[in-house]
Every structure is written in structure tokens, then in C-alpha cells.
Write a protein that binds this ligand. Structure first.
Ligand SMILES: CC(=O)N[C@H]1[C@@H](OP(=O)(O)OP(=O)(O)OC[C@H]2O[C@@H](n3ccc(=O)[nH]c3=O)[C@H](O)[C@@H]2O)O[C@H](CO)[C@@H](O)[C@@H]1O
Ligand SMILES: C=C(OP(=O)(O)O)C(=O)O
Length: 417
């Protein structure tokens, strides 16, 4: 079941429900480590990365149950093994999020350095520096980060770069530190805010989340609680592009529209009409071919790098030329070569992709290289003439819940084999 075949040329039409956000649920599951007693996490998306995080926590000694809605009840009171092994961190970089919570609650952590990653080098120096500034002793030995401390101490931490999981690691750790922590140049991504919401419900004292300065007054203890995970803005964006690239229409329920301004603006520029209510978004392309849109990825609220590959596919069939600039990850254009195999005319120069829109794409065998690259190939396949086979599709299950079911419900023709 590692390949999907898409018969292109079917317009997307209909409605779906957005799933919970991968990039919110992963830090939240890691953060269960700082709470005593049980936490109950609902609206958990059924994703491979969630299974991996559950396995990681279970290996450490967490008691965890997943019910038939995929909601998770978890108790991390007796973790006997504070290790995130290479095998897990290699397949899911978000395992690095165990570092801050483990050292904050258990005073010790051994977390593998993330392996060489396809989309870029992705160092974790800022995670390490932040924890060191709070008093953790950190050594990197044989590819593992070993962190120890008696109790972390609050400090002022100025992040050199805006880092999402770096901010999350420090934020979680600071909730149990002694005294105040100030994170400056913090990431303001909505998933950081959702994490803070969960931590506050556990009793943490946090203010400023969603701005570049987060203040945390450390507590002696936090208590497990209930939290419903926010919607996945990248899944929502991807399905909107699916409608746009096929000239179709879609309504997505359970949408977090305030978090999607940059994506909505670009979709509107392509010629789509985008309308919102409190928690739905409707896009209609009215059968038109997209206009080209220039894009520059940057931290929130600018255009998200996790939507870059999908817009490469959309621009590939646009009526004209566009330039996409990727500013976050140095190797995030691997989908380009595969899109070109389908007849796209895209040329990469440094961190820019110059895309000359073509009349149509043609189905071809292609290979997925990472999560959003696989999404872009599926989108291209929806619009292409003929059949597209996307190989190594397992990447897509890291971040999209039941993607072919959802797409087929909207009129796509996708088979997994
Ligand atoms: C699980 C999760 O939430 N993943 C998201 C998170 O990844 P992730 O948190 O890994 O991405 P970061 O925000 O940390 O990366 C931003 C930039 O900072 C650099 N950097 C980061 C940390 C560090 O210690 N040193 C350093 O130099 C990175 O190489 C990159 O160039 O944010 C990315 C940027 O929005 C998204 O693409 C990912 O989907
Ligand atoms: C890059 C991504 O995820 P991760 O940070 O988990 O690799 C992504 O969601 O597009």
C-alpha cells in the first residue's frame, strides 16, 4: 500500500470536515509529560506521526489509551525511561519535543539528534541553548543529546531565529521551572498558541503567546486536563488548492479562518472566490484556470512553508509565470523535478522556483520525497490528463488523515495499492 493512482480531470466538489492539526497535537502529546494525572486529548487526527508519538511515550512508560474516535487518554506519572531513540527521531523530527518536558519534570532526558532531513539541515541548537540558559547541563554524545538538571530556572531567552518547535520546547519546559522565563523572538504560529492553551488548562501561568514575547511563571506542579486540538490549517489549505487546481469548489467545516489569511489572499489572487463564516470556508474556482501568484514563505502570519509545494503545483498550470521563494528550508523544492516529469515547466535557482504555467499536466509515475511534496504530487495528479502514480506515498500519512477517502468523497478518483 505504498502507491496511489490518481485518474485526473475530475473536478473537486463538495464538503469535508477539517481534521485536528498535526503540528498542534504533537507538541501537546509531548507536553502531557509535564502534567500529573491523566490528560484527555480529543480531535486527535489519525496520522502516522501521532502513532509514532504515542509509541515513543509508551516506550518511556506512559499509560495510554486511544478510543474509537482516536481520542487519547494519557498518564505520564511514571516514565521509567526518558529516552527518544534514533529510530523514532529519524522518522519524526517532532520527537525532539520530548526534550524540554522530560528534563523539566524528570530532571533527565536522552534524545537522539534528528537525522539528516530531506527538506534541510534543521539543526536544534536553539532548543539546546534555551534549555542551557535555564540551567540544564547538556552534552551531545554519540548522536544523543543528554540533558540533566535539578530544577530548571527561569531566564530571559532570546531566540536567534524564529523556531516553532524550539519555542514549544522552551515554553513547555518553562512551565515547571523556578521563576519567570521570557522567550523573546518567539514563534507566533497558531499551534504554539494551542499548546499554550493546553498548558494553561493544566495550571500553567503563561502570557503573550501568539506574540513574539512569551512570559511564563513556573509552577511546582501541573495537572492533566482535557484539550481539543485545533484544526489543521495546512490540511485546509491543501484541500482548498485541490478545488482550485481542478476548477472546482469546496466547503471545509471546522476551519480556523483567522490563521489562514495569507493562504486565502493567494488563492483569491489566483482568481478563486473565497468566502468564510465563523468556522467554514468555501472556495469556488468557477471552472477557471488559475492566475499565477508569486509567493515568499516566512514565519506566521506570512505564507507558510508547509503550503509552498502545493502552490508550486497550482502555479504549474497557471496562465503565466510566477516565482516562489522559499526562505525557511534550503532543500524544499524536491517536488519540482517530479512536477516537471508531469509536464510542468519549473526551474529552480537557489531558493527560488520560476514557474512557467503550462496548459495542462500529463499523468506520469512520480515519487514522493517528503510530506508536502507528496501532497503537491497528488494535487498535480488531480489536474493532470490521464493517470498519475505517486510512489512512496507513505510520507503523506504522516500529515493527512484519510486523504484518499476525503478526496474521493469530493469526486476525485484515487486508489491506493
Ligand atoms: C512539528 C512541527 O511543528 N513542524 C513545523 C515546524 O518545524 P520546526 O519547528 O522544525 O521548524 P523551525 O521553525 O524550527 O525552523 C525554522 C528555521 O529555523 C532553523 N532552526 C531551527 C531550530 C534551531 O535550533 N536552529 C535553527 O537554525 C531551521 O533550520 C529553519 O531554517 O515549523 C516549520 C516552519 O514553520 C514547519 O515547516 C514544520 O511543519
Ligand atoms: C515539515 C513538516 O513537518 P515536520 O516538521 O514534522 O517534518 C510539515 O508538516 O510539512
Amino acid at each position: 500500500m505504498n502507491k496511489i493512482t490518481i485518474t485526473g480531470g475530475h473536478q473537486i466538489a463538495g464538503s469535508i470536515q477539517a481534521s485536528g492539526a498535526k503540528n498542534a497535537v504533537l507538541p501537546i502529546l509531548a507536553a502531557t509529560i509535564v502534567g500529573q494525572g491523566e490528560s484527555h486529548i480529543s480531535r486527535v487526527p489519525h496520522l502516522h506521526d501521532v502513532t509514532t508519538m504515542n509509541e515513543l511515550l509508551a516506550q518511556m512508560g506512559a499509560r495510554l489509551t486511544v478510543d474509537h474516535h482516536a481520542d487519547i487518554t494519557i498518564n505520564t506519572d511514571h516514565l521509567s525511561n526518558q529516552t527518544a531513540p534514533y529510530e523514532t527521531v529519524k522518522s519524526m523530527r517532532a520527537s525532539i519535543l520530548a526534550l524540554g518536558p522530560l528534563v523539566a519534570r524528570y530532571g533527565t532526558a536522552k534524545v537522539s539528534l534528528p537525522g539528516g532531513c530531506q527538506i534541510g539541515a534543521r539543526p536544534v541548537d536553539l532548543h539546546i541553548k534555551g534549555l542551557q540558559a535555564m540551567g540544564a547541563k547538556i552534552e551531545v554524545v554519540d548522536g544523543y543529546i543528554h540533558a540533566t538538571c535539578d530544577r530548571l530556572k527561569g531566564n530571559r531567552i532570546v531566540m536567534d531565529k524564529v523556531t516553532v518547535t524550539g519555542t514549544e520546547n522552551i515554553l513547555i519546559a518553562a512551565t515547571l521551572a523556578k521563576g519567570e522565563t521570557l522567550i523573546e523572538n518567539a514563534a507566533i504560529e497558531p499551534e504554539v498558541v494551542d499548546l499554550a492553551k493546553y498548558l494553561k488548562a493544566m495550571g500553567a501561568d503563561i502570557s503573550g503567546e501568539g506574540t513574539s514575547k512569551i512570559y511564563i511563571q513556573g509552577k511546582d506542579q501541573l495537572t492533566g486536563t482535557h484539550h481539543a486540538v485545533m484544526p489543521d490549517r495546512i490540511e485546509i489549505g491543501t484541500f482548498l488548492v485541490a478545488a482550485a487546481i481542478t476548477g472546482g469548489s469546496i466547503t471545509i467545516h471546522n476551519s480556523c479562518n483567522d490563521d489562514l489569511d495569507a493562504v486565502f489572499d493567494k488563492l483569491t489572487e489566483t482568481g478563486a472566490s473565497v468566502e468564510t463564516t465563523t468556522d467554514t470556508v468555501t472556495l469556488n474556482m468557477h471552472g477557471k484556470r488559475p492566475q499565477p501568484v508569486d509567493i515568499r514563505t516566512a514565519p506566521h502570519p506570512a505564507f507558510p512553508t508547509d503550503m509552498q509545494a502545493q502552490f508550486c503545483a497550482l502555479n504549474a498550470i497557471a496562465e503565466g509565470t510566477s516565482v516562489i521563494t522559499e526562505t525557511l528550508f534550503e532543500n524544499r523544492f524536491m517536488h519540482v523535478e517530479e512536477l516537471n516529469r508531469m509536464g510542468a515547466n519549473i526551474h529552480v535557482e537557489g531558493n527560488q522556483a520560476i514557474i512557467k504555467g503550462v496548459d495542462h499536466l500529463s499523468g506520469a509515475p512520480v515519487t514522493a520525497t517528503d510530506l508536502r511534496a507528496s501532497a503537491s504530487l497528488v494535487l498535480a495528479g488531480l489536474a493532470a490528463q490521464g493517470q498519475t502514480e505517486v510512489h512512496d506515498i507513505h510520507y503523506i500519512d504522516r500529515g493527512y488523515e484519510a486523504i484518499e477517502e476525503k478526496m474521493n468523497q469530493l469526486g476525485a478518483k484515487i486508489i491506493r495499492s
